[in-house]
Design a protein around this ligand. Sequence first.
Ligand SMILES: Nc1ncnc2c1ncn2[C@@H]1O[C@H](COP(=O)(O)OP(=O)(O)O)[C@@H](O)[C@H]1O
Ligand SMILES: [Mg+2]
Length: 371
Amino acid sequence: MNQMTSLSSLSRSPVSKKQAASVEFRNVTKRYGNVTAVDSVSFTIEPGQLVTLLGPSGCGKTTTLRMIAGLEMASEGQILIGGRDVTNLSAADRDVSMVFQSYALFPHMSVLENVAYGPTVQGISKKDANEMAMEKLEIIGLKGLEKRSPSELSGGQQQRVAVARALVLEPQVLLFDEPLSNLDAKLRRRVREDIRELQQSLNLTVAYVTHDQEEALAVSDHIIVMSNARIAQTGTPRELYEEPADLFVADFIGDANIISGEVLDEGGAVANVRIGGVDIQLPRRGVGRGPVKLAVRPDAIALDEGSAASGKLMGTVKKASYLGTQVEYEVESPIGELFVVQYGRKDPIAPGTPISVSFATQRGIAIIPGA
Ligand SMILES: Nc1ncnc2c1ncn2[C@@H]1O[C@H](COP(=O)(O)OP(=O)(O)O)[C@@H](O)[C@H]1O
Ligand SMILES: [Mg+2]
C-alpha cells in the first residue's frame, strides 16, 4: 500500500489485537470421488510467516487453502490452527479469512459496506462495524473511497477492498488464492509488494497460493512446492533455488539447464564431478559415485570468445538476444544446448562465434539428488 505510513494508526486502535497463529497439516488427504486432490500432506506455517503454496495448475493448492479455511473438509488427517484441532470445525468456527481470486465483492454495496459486512453479520453494531472498516480501509490506502461502489474502482483498488474485507475481523490466519491473477503485469509487482509489506507490518500468518514461481520467490518466507497432490519440497526461496530436491523443483523454480555429469568419488562433503571432460567440485548432497543430473543456472555459465583453454568446454553461440540489463544466449555445446544469461551491458557475442564455456559460480550449480 503506498500509504503504509499510516500503519502507526494501528497502535491507537480501540480493537484488541489477536496473536498470529500457526497452521499445521498432519498427513492431510482430500479425495473427491476417485480423484485425490491432496495426498497425505504435512507442513507447518509458523505464526507471522507468509508461506506460499506453489505449483502447476491442478496440483492441489486451492484445495489445501480451502481446507485451512474450512470450506472443504479433510478426508483424512488432522488440521491445527494455533495448536487447536480444527479438523472438524466449519468455516464459521475457524478464525480464518480468505481473499478470493475473483475478489467476490458485493456490487450493490459501497466499499465501506463491503468491508463492514463481516462484523455486522457477527452482530457488531453498525457504528462499530463502520469504525472497524474505516480503520482497515485507512491501513490499506483506500481512505476517501469508502462511499464508492466496487465498479467505480480500478482492479488494484478492488483487490485492496477484498484484502480490507478479509482483514476487518482480524483473523488468526489470512489466505490468498492467486490474488494477482486479475491484475495487469505492471500492477502485479506492486500489489505483491503491498501484500508482503502488510503481512510483515501487521505480523499476519498468511498462506498464499500461486502458480508463478517468481511471485513466490519475491513474497515468501517459506515455499511449499506441490506436484500431483503432494509436497515436492519445502524451503526458503534460496534453498529451493540453490538446493532443489528433485528434477521437478529444479525445473520449476527459476530457469535451469539440466545437464548430465558424473560423480568420480565416494564419501565426503564435497564431490568431484566431471561435466563433459571438465572437473568441478560441488556439495555432495548425499550422492555416491556414478552418473548424476545437475541443475545449472543460466548465470552460472561463463562464455569466452577464443580458443580452448584447460578446464573449459568448446561451444558455439547459436542465438544472442540483447535485453538491456542482460544478454541471453543459446549455446551449442558437447553437453547439450545451454541457456546462458550474462549481466552487465556487454556487446552480444555474434551467433556462429566459437566460444569456450566454463562454470563461473558454483553457487549456481547443484547436484540433483535422486535424479
Ligand atoms: N470440487 C471438486 N470436485 C472434484 N474434483 C475437484 C474439486 N476441486 C478440485 N478438484 C480436483 O482436485 C485437483 C486439485 O485441484 P485444485 O486444488 O483446484 O488445484 P490448483 O489450485 O493447484 O490448481 C484437480 O485435479 C481438480 O480437478
Ligand atoms: Mg487453484
